[in-house]
Design a protein around this ligand. Structure first.
Ligand code: GDP
Length: 433
């Protein structure tokens, strides 16, 4: 019963969507385990470009069961809109299932998120303002509404009115914002609830049964390791656990059911929003990466901060999630840079550390330590075999592999499905072990 987790090894936007899209071709179930519609995956299928936020990337593969797990937070209005877009592109939504226990992001969460972020002033953490943090806050406070409530709209409405009235108090008294119109929000939510209700299910049981029947289940992480609320660059993090442990909690499967963990690593480093970023480059190298890598957010359109590959981070991610393999994405973006650098450690107060420095702010006092490697000028976009990569590109990947201590299974050299070099099929590796 092969179960494979795919997750981001850096600060998100590693290209997980296209890796999941590829692996879903051989899976029977794809499950999202955390995050909300702040996540954004771009999947290119021939002429069609899907921008997915809440729907698992497996939706592009007919017959694959797509699960929105209990560990996610889901925005009903946005999900219905996304379903319309996906259906409009000709993909079938019959196999979409929503966990009964997934928390709902409601309009007041979004209003609160934006008011809170504005209130932070210079200490803003760069949230997407979509209500993710406040929805997870309500989950932890045990006052959230869950997807199962959509099955009985009268009961939902009663609970919603009570919760929204309490949020209006906070919005008006604490943040000086206008109160939200509760009945207008309910009128918007009712058709969305009716649309989503048939998709609500006991998804933990569905996944358990699939595994028991020997089916392949892919667990799809959103964001990335350094955005993990416990292990990331707190407070510049997301409100959930993208690391591998989050997959078990967020779908309702036992750790013993997991057979493999694939870490997705961009060939350089990017992050969106504020927070520490030791190998950031604000010069022509950063500009090359932004322009050649089209580093603008799928969800927000925000320009991403860019810098050299940091293997301290990748090693840290491998330790936290137990990577069995790596998928390296966007290697093609490095073409044309005459010299490359890989960050291998940090010099903090005289001593060099090769381990991640877990205190977010302390990183500001650390200098990255670099290893220099030769670049290559050739385009990689048409390369499909490892042997056909320029020697400098192979050497770069081999250094990443050695420094991370994890084998590189997949290398992507462009956004299209076929722009890929497969060294080991992650599903086959699991069959062998
Ligand atoms: P995700 O959230 O981790 O899936 O990442 P995003 O979708 O936000 O960002 C990845 C972007 O890079 C998307 O626009 C992809 O189409 C694109 N992409 C993925 N792999 C490659 C690659 O190997 N080369 C290039 N040039 N673009 C890629």
């Amino acid at each position: 019963m092969p179960a494979l987790i795919v997750l981001g090894a850096q600060w998100g936007d590693e290209g997980k969507g296209r890796v999941v899209d590829l692996l879903a071709a051989e899976a029977q179930v794809v499950a999202r385990y955390q995050g909300g519609h702040n996540a954004g995956h771009t999947v290119v299928v021939g002429e069609r470009t899907l921008k997915l936020h809440q729907i698992p990337s497996g939706i592009t593969r007919p017959g694959v069961l797509c699960v929105i797990g209990n560990g996610t937070v889901l925005e009903p209005l946005a999900l219905v809109q996304e379903m319309d877009e996906v259906a409009g592109l000709g993909f079938d939504l019959e196999a979409l299932r929503i966990s009964r226990a997934a928390q709902l992001i409601l309009p007041y969460h979004q209003a609160l998120d934006q008011a809170q972020e504005a209130g932070r002033g210079a200490a803003a953490i760069g949230t997407t303002g979509r209500g993710i943090g406040p929805a997870y806050t309500d989950k932890a406070a045990r006052s959230g509404l869950r997807a199962e409530e959509l099955l009985n709209f009268d009961r939902f409405a009663a609970r919603f009115r009570q919760a929204a009235a309490a949020k209006n108090e906070v919005l008006t008294r604490v943040y000086g914002q206008p109160a939200l119109d509760i009945e207008a929000m309910l009128a918007q939510l009712q058709p969305a609830a009716a649309r989503l209700a048939p998709h609500v299910a006991d998804t933990s049981l569905l996944v358990h049964r699939a595994l028991a029947q020997g089916q392949r289940v892919l667990f799809e992480g959103a964001q990335g390791t350094l955005l993990d609320i416990d292990h990331g660059t707190y407070p510049f993090v997301t409100s959930s656990n993208p690391t591998a442990g989050g997959a078990c909690v967020g779908v309702g499967v036992a750790p013993r059911a997991i057979n493999g963990v694939l870490g997705v690593v961009k060939a350089y480093t990017t992050r969106v929003g504020a927070g520490p970023f030791p190998s950031e480059r604000c010069d022509e190298v950063g500009e090359h990466l932004v322009q050649m890598g089209a580093e603008f957010g799928t969800t927000t359109g925000r320009r991403r901060r860019c810098g050299w590959l940091d293997t301290v981070i990748v090693r840290y991610a491998a330790r936290l999630s137990g990577f069995s393999g790596l998928a390296v994405t966007k290697l093609d973006v490095l073409s044309g840079l005459p010299a490359l650098r890989i960050c291998t450690g940090y010099r903090c107060g005289g001593a060099v550390s090769e381990d991640w420095v877990p205190v977010g702010y302390a990183l500001d006092d650390c200098e990255p330590v670099y290893e220099d490697l030769p670049g290559w000028s050739e385009s990689l976009r048409d390369v499909r075999r490892w042997e056909d990569l320029p020697p400098a590109a192979r050497r770069y990947v081999e250094r990443l592999e050695a420094l991370a201590g994890v084998p590189v299974d997949l290398i992507s050299v462009g956004p299209e499905r076929e722009q890929l070099i497969v060294r080991r099929n992650p599903w086959d590796v699991m069959r062998e072990t």
